[in-house]
Design a protein around this ligand. Structure first.
Ligand SMILES: C[S@@+](CC[C@H](N)C(=O)[O-])C[C@H]1O[C@@H](n2cnc3c(N)ncnc32)[C@H](O)[C@@H]1O
Ligand SMILES: [Zn+2]
Length: 274
């Protein structure tokens, strides 16, 4: 399923090295991931999350507040029962690891090396599936054309043309994105005006190449302590968008109530696009 980022031919894994027919080779690092992000595809504007936000997200997600979303995603995927899944912008693999069941082949791909290292360390083995952790960009996916049953993107980029290329005919796309009121009370404290999220814009942007098949809303009320609250702020873009004094004041709260709210969309690759 993985392809060489230089010549785009198939990669074969022999021992701890992936090689293509043109003898480009990529070693699997000791932590268990492969770096397929080559310098030609690098762009400083898309370097992905910082190591600090990666660590904040890892701690926050480990506290279980987003478990309802993880469970929903896992049950949707299990019901669809794909053989191959590509998780684009997989971060530290919190959702990715729940997809690898029933001997499924899963690729977790992220542009942020720090995120992939954390993912590979935390999920070295998976009980019933096989996860390949890959540093790479959604802008040029190192994945064979037509080889993926389901692409997933949870709060991550949606590179439409690339997803269409790697998905098989009738392939599916599962997207999670903030619902209108996601973290409303927290954003009220950080900003003078709160702009509601507009999840439906993704449906419009992905159309007509992707057809919406189903949608769900998942709500998770949360009572956060100081550390949880600080991590939640730092794992979002609010950490650099909010004024420092507002952020500092909010981070001083010992207890804060808010609610996460997510939209999950299932799309099918439209027949005219294959
Ligand atoms: C908000 S985080 C979501 C991470 C994970 N899906 C989760 O929900 O825990 C977005 C992720 O997209 C990654 N990302 C940003 N641009 C990317 C690109 N061009 N290709 C691949 N990943 C990218 C970031 O590094 C980051 O890990
Ligand atoms: Zn090659």
């Amino acid at each position: 399923m993985l392809t060489c980022p230089i010549c785009h031919t198939a990669l074969n894994l022999q021992g701890k090295t992936y090689t293509c027919q043109n003898r480009h080779s990529y070693d699997v690092a000791k932590d268990g991931y492969v770096n397929l992000h080559i310098v030609q595809h690098k762009n400083s504007h898309t370097a992905g999350d910082t190591p600090e936000s990666v660590q904040a997200r890892r701690r926050f997600l480990a506290s279980g507040f987003y478990q309802p979303l993880r469970d929903k995603i896992s049950s949707i995927i299990n019901e669809l029962s794909p053989n191959t899944v590509l998780d684009i912008g997989c971060g530290e693999g919190y959702y990715t690891s729940s997809l690898a069941q029933n001997d499924r082949q899963v690729i977790g791909l992220d542009i942020a090396k720090a995120a992939i290292i954390a993912a590979a360390k935390a999920h070295k083995t998976s009980p019933n599936g096989n996860i390949s952790w890959v540093v790479g960009t959604g802008a040029v996916l190192p994945v064979a054309d037509g080889s993926v049953d389901i692409c997933t993107s949870f709060f991550s980029p949606l590179p439409k043309a690339q997803m269409l290329k790697v998905l098989r005919t009738d392939g599916l796309l599962l997207v999670a994105t903030p619902a209108a009121n996601h973290l409303y009370t927290m954003r009220e404290r950080l900003f003078d005006t709160v702009n509601l999220h507009n999840p439906a814009k993704f449906v419009a942007e992905l159309s007509p190449e992707f057809t919406l098949m189903d949608e769900w809303q998942i709500d998770a009320p949360m009572v956060l302590d100081r550390q949880n609250l600080s991590d939640l702020i730092d794992m979002t873009p609010y950490t650099y968008k909010a004024k420092l004094e507002r952020k500092t004041a909010l981070k001083a709260c010992e207890r804060f109530e808010t609610a996460a709210s997510f939209c999950v969309y299932l799309f099918k690759k439209s027949s005219q696009s294959s």
